[in-house]
Design a protein around this ligand. Structure first.
Ligand SMILES: [Fe+2]
Length: 169
């Protein structure tokens, strides 16, 4: 679909996010299975539930705009997930790999935060206040997840450094 209006641009961005969330939902179970830290595993599992909720919320947003939910391949998310996959396959000690997977997951979160911040603002400018509020809710949750990952990283990074300095026998 050609993008000819600001509204078209909003829809284009929403379809990108809708696709990105589907990709995340597909990738997270494998990531949760791979990690060593139980705290990180729980965070990935919680974010899986949250991402499913984000998909439903995007469907509500499409509905408020009288549009059918549709996906447009998000190439950026494909790339971020492919990098995460590479990390998972890498031979690394448990906590070191966790530190690397947190780095991958935070890249995903920041991509989503940028995307949701943009669509929230576009919806607001166009006077779609209900859509804007729904998108703000998701943005808040993405930000919380990012903060939680930073907190978990504090512990994991230190433990990973100690583990590399004195490997488990
Ligand atoms: Fe999300």
């Amino acid at each position: 679909m050609p993008i000819q209006s600001f509204e078209d641009l909003l829809l284009h961005e929403l379809k990108d996010l809708y696709d990105a969330e589907h990709q995340i939902v597909k990738a997270l179970p494998k990531m949760a299975k791979t990690v060593y830290s139980s705290e990180l595993k729980a965070a990935f599992e919680d974010h899986l539930d949250q991402s499913q909720q984000h998909i439903r919320r995007l469907e509500q947003v499409f509905e408020t705009l009288n549009k059918k939910p549709a996906r447009e391949t998000c190439e950026a998310m494909k790339g971020l997930i492919a990098e995460g996959d590479e990390t998972m396959q890498e031979k690394m000690d448990g906590l070191l790999k966790d530190a690397a997977l947190i780095a991958a997951a935070q890249r995903v979160e920041h991509y989503e935060m940028a995307g949701y911040g943009t669509v929230r603002t576009f919806a607001n400018l166009l006077g779609y206040h209900e859509a804007s509020q729904l998108l703000q809710m998701t943005l808040d949750e993405e930000e919380q997840t990012d903060k939680l990952l930073s907190q978990i990283a504090n512990g994991v990074n230190v433990a990973a450094m100690e583990e590399v300095a004195a490997p488990r026998k």
